[in-house]
Ligand binder design. Sequence first.
Ligand code: HEM
Length: 317
Amino acid sequence: TSSPGPSSTPATRPASASSTSWRTCSASPRAPAATSGSPAARYFPSKYRREIGRLNGELEGVVLESIRRSREIADEGRTTSTYGRGLLAMLLAEMEKKKEKGAGDDGKFSYDTRLVIDECKTFFFAGHETSALLLTWTLMLLATHPEWQDKARAEVSQVCGDDPPSADQLSKLTVLQMIIHETLRLYPPATLLPRMAFEDIRLGDLHLPRGLSVWIPVLAIHHDESIWGADAHEFHPERFAAGRRSSAGAGRFLPFAAGPRNCVGQAYALFEAKVVLAMLLANFRFTISDDYRHAPVNVLTLRPKYGVPVHLRPLRP
Ligand code: HEM
């Protein structure tokens, strides 16, 4: 197998996909023409909306089934806590507590099954695809940059030996951390942060009127040469080395957003990515398949249009 070289054209150049290639590769999510017209259009039945309704029903059925199972476990007394363990159990226990009180602290807000279902949907959609994309792009970059793959593997072997990484060891995998950060810079799974001004705001010399929609272009910020230098489009994990962190300063590196509404799953996502990558590095050498076609598409999340086929070769017989 071969990896695309540095002289490839933007469309096939993995780490250095230029702004031109983002433009040529970006695609809009499939949107029905009707939604762009009158607001009432959303109430007209259509094949597209029926499909949304069906998928939503299916998803909520899965969540409801998990809630039912969680309650069953609690009823059978298989766990010491009321609903069992895990995030869903915590949400259900919280719901029960609020119900007993009659309402939330603000007196208006009551926790009910609908809210738990919506929380589960948020966690699933916010956490699943983003984490999968981080792993996918990291594997692509390691497979096309064998020198960094070797460095990361040497570190894993030195820190963890032949065992799976422990929680303490994960914080010592600094090369892997740099690689993950550089991947999140080049290929941020969430490319855009939409915000809305709920009141008139003065921001420096800018006036943001109430109701204004502000889109923070994470992908463009992460590829801005005035921030990251002339090599902004290239894979250079060393820019995240300790001591050089200034280049990842506030407002420049935003894979998990920033401020009070930043990603609640950030620590978990990084923890998970490190475990998976450390175990893959310890057991396999990976190379990119000849079938790989570099085509990141920006559809709110940044996805590889044709997937990332990678060859894994066991390191031990
Ligand atoms: C590499 C993986 C991940 C990335 C890149 C990522 C990125 C983000 C970003 C950019 C936001 C802010 C969205 C906005 O404000 O418009 C966000 C919010 C959120 N993320 Fe993540 N996320 C990741 C993994 C996870 C995981 C694993 C979970 C859950 C286990 C999670 C749960 C959430 C939730 C619940 C929010 C909404 C927080 C709020 O609105 O207060 N994320 N994430």
